[in-house]
Design a protein. Structure first.
Length: 537
């Protein structure tokens, strides 16, 4: 965090204005309403191009992210007890229609994010557990008569958050699109996503849900006050649901508008050799996402979990699953390495994130513990080639290690429901198999993986329901982020010692760009380029 940073954004050497940038993605986020935008792509497009918040991330040329004041004059002032935060707005902010931005608009945006029809996919659970009245509030449509006390406005320039407990990382939360201003007079409910009032350098020109968007320059954007964004291309075309391989082949060839295109789907494994020969057209960066093998600590004893870790066939499952070595790094911690305070420590319980595993050693461990034949059960997607092959590699290793394996095939449509069912009898793979942190601090990672709350919902990494662990999570979460960083590292080590799930891979972000696309700088908190710095020419 750096509360002293002011606008405008640092100049990009050699950057030119004008032209059209095309951004393509194989995915299609379910909503572009700021209240519900909780997919990396929709969050990044909105927060870097269309909307501004009280805070935001400034990304330097080396990809280092710093949380800075955006529409606020600082990063907020907390009361002595840490339960009240006050933010004062910069003067003169306007929407794309020329109307002034007011403190009440931030209040309304927070309130509407509680509505399940708008914010159901968003980060509102953080607010439900921290804002005064958040545990019962349903948003301004259902609770129109409710005097919500969690966030209020003082005049037109001051926003005040009222908390039930300390929340030192609140300034990080306020970088979410869900916390960007929306005037109540502009409310269109489900159709607001088609043309949200813009405060950033671009505004919506056209919108076809699930297919495409076109952004044009916002003439009301205040560049002098904005420490994060630029306004280089005249137009930005966004194409959704593309075939990544086809799109990336076109971009590598620089054919048609491929020369001015940027695909953020992730490098297709079939183009790995092309990426190695045309390195100037691929950008790799850190990602907030990490994958795990969840292990049910309620059903699998520690000595058995240790044997699973020793036998785990990292290399075999990755090869069978078609993973490219360019798109991940082996994981040994539960938090990605760019999170402040996270340092690599000697691998514990053979959880190295790579290698073929050692089934023979694992079998000896089971034999010593008198647990030979212990049954491991999990779901996998049947009928899908790479999923079936990866499952076979895992089953083979665990069988060689002396386990009895019960692998249950289900359809692609069923898998999410099955692995998140807290009543399921399976003991491997249930819960969170991947997590993308919401901000770079342990309190947006470890409680999600290891708290009783997420375990009871079937969405943890270890089904850990331990009051002592919950107390520890709450204690560290209440600390200043800088002071908390070494505490989170110690907690990480504690979880690896107990094999509370196996860290597998740190995701690598990858983008393919045409030869007329410049200054593609990775944003480590979104796992995508910082779109506000890209120029074409």
């Amino acid at each position: 965090m750096d509360a002293s940073v002011k606008g405008p954004a640092p100049a990009v050497a050699g950057a030119k204005t004008g032209g059209t940038l095309t951004i393509t993605d194989a995915g299609a986020p379910p909503t572009w309403d700021p209240a519900g935008a909780y997919y990396e792509f929709s969050m990044t497009i909105l927060s870097e191009l269309v909307t501004r918040g009280l805070t935001g991330y400034q990304i330097d040329k080396d990809g280092k992210a710093t949380l800075v004041p955006d529409m606020a004059q600082g990063l907020g002032k907390a009361s002595a007890d840490g339960k009240t935060w006050t933010f004062k707005l910069k003067p003169g902010m306007k929407y794309s229609d020329g109307t002034p931005v007011k403190a009440a608009d931030f209040v309304y945006a927070i309130k509407r994010s509680f509505d399940p029809t708008l914010g159901g996919n968003g980060p509102v659970p953080y607010l439900q557990t921290t804002l005064v009245g958040g545990d019962k509030y349903q948003g301004p449509f259902k609770d129109a008569s409710t005097d919500f006390k969690g966030v209020t406005a003082q005049g037109d320039d001051t926003v005040v958050f009222h908390l039930t407990r300390k929340w030192p990382t609140l300034p990080y939360y306020l970088a979410f699109p869900a916390a960007t201003p929306v005037p109540q007079s502009a409310e269109k409910k489900a159709t607001y996503e088609k043309d949200p009032l813009a405060t950033g350098p671009y505004m919506m020109k056209s919108f076809t849900k699930g297919t495409s968007m076109v952004l044009q320059k916002n003439p009301q954007w205040d560049a002098k006050s904005d420490p994060i964004r630029h306004q280089y291309p005249d137009t930005i075309n966004i194409k959704l649901g593309v075939t990544a391989l086809t799109e990336q082949q076109r971009i590598f060839a620089n054919s048609g508008d491929g020369a001015t295109s940027l695909d953020i789907s992730g490098l297709d494994a079939g183009l790995e050799s092309k990426a190695k020969s045309q390195t100037q057209q691929v950008v790799f960066g850190e990602s907030p996402c990490e994958s795990y093998l969840p292990l049910d600590s309620q059903k699998i004893p520690l000595d058995v979990r240790k044997a699973i870790a020793v036998a785990y066939p990292y290399d075999q499952t990755r090869k069978a699953g078609g993973e490219s070595n360019l798109t991940f790094d082996p994981a040994t911690t539960y938090a990605p390495p760019q999170v402040p305070g996270i340092k690599q420590y000697p691998a514990v319980n053979a959880m190295t994130g790579k290698g073929s595993g050692d089934p023979a050693k694992a079998k000896a461990m089971l034999q010593k513990a008198k647990k030979l034949g212990f049954e491991l059960s999990w779901y996998y997607v049947g009928g899908k080639g790479q999923d079936v092959a990866a499952n076979s590699a895992l089953k083979s290793a665990m069988t060689q290690a002396g386990f009895k394996v019960k692998d249950v095939p289900v359809s692609q449509e069923q898998i999410s429901e099955k692995i998140n069912d807290p009543k399921a009898t399976e003991n491997v793979g249930q819960g969170i198999s991947s997590w993308c942190y919401d901000w770079p601090s342990g309190d947006s990672i470890y409680p999600q993986l290891f708290s009783s709350t997420t375990a009871k919902d079937g969405r943890s990494a270890a089904n850990l329901q331990d009051p002592a662990i919950d107390k520890e999570l709450n204690r560290i979460s209440a600390m200043d982020p800088t002071a908390a960083a070494p505490e989170w590292l110690a907690f990480d080590k504690k979880m690896t010692e107990q094999v509370m799930g196996i860290p597998l891979s740190y995701s690598k972000a990858s983008s393919v760009l045409g030869n007329k696309v410049h200054n593609v700088v990775p944003d480590p908190n979104h796992g995508l380029p910082d779109f506000a710095q890209v120029w074409v020419g």
